[in-house]
Design a binder for this molecule. Structure first.
Ligand code: GDP
Ligand code: MG
Length: 178
């Protein structure tokens, strides 16, 4: 995993999506990889990851983005899920305070399974739902600062900042390994 060729011909980065159930992880991935949104939340069964090609500084980078198959509902995300990850998006739903409260627990789990060099982005998803917002932008920013994470609010529904969030993480990993 990671830098595979010293001439810089191929880069493969594993990135994991974590966060409580129904915060929009699967839709962030489908928006990024296929530009699709799915209003019916159906559990992602079978699909472990999607690979997306991104060009950074003239180099072709393969981002292998892992999505849970719903096991976060049972707090049963296994160490295999985290193994070899170079980056992580920790997602909460800006309309549900409980999903924001869970972020610290997800960070602990991430740090248990991965070393601290993992590029990490805190993502407040569903920013299209401004009228029922429960977590302020300031709260998100403050937590990200406290924990040393990048921060972005996104909407998988209207595509706000989705590509940007993934690309910042991919770029950070690229900078870390090159
Ligand atoms: P996951 O369990 O974290 O993978 O969440 P899903 O991607 O399955 O999404 C859970 C629910 O939230 C679904 O009903 C989605 O349609 C909805 N959803 C996901 N992202 C957004 C978003 O950005 N805005 C809005 N309004 N709904 C979203
Ligand atoms: Mg899902």
């Amino acid at each position: 995993m990671g830098k595979e060729d010293d001439r810089g011909e191929e880069y493969l980065f594993k990135i994991v999506l974590i966060g409580d159930s129904a915060v929009g992880k699967s839709n962030l991935l489908s928006r990024f990889s296929r530009d699709e949104f799915d209003t019916n939340s159906k559990a992602t069964i079978g699909v472990e990851f999607q690979t997306q090609l991104v060009e950074i500084e003239g180099k072709e980078v393969k981002a292998q983005i892992w999505d849970t198959a719903g096991q976060e509902r049972f707090r049963a995300v296994t160490s295999a899920y985290y193994r070899g990850a170079f980056g992580a998006l920790i997602v909460y739903d800006i309309t549900r305070g409980d999903t924001f409260e869970s972020v610290k627990r997800w960070l602990q789990e991430l740090n248990t399974h991965c070393d601290t060099a993992v590029a990490q982005m805190l993502v407040g998803n569903k920013c299209d739902l401004e009228d029922i917002r429960a977590v302020s932008v300031e709260e998100g920013k403050a937590l990200a600062e406290e924990e040393g994470l990048f921060f972005m609010e996104t909407s998988a529904l209207d595509a706000t900042n989705v590509d940007k969030a993934f690309e910042i993480v991919i770029r950070e990993i690229f900078n870390n390994v090159s």
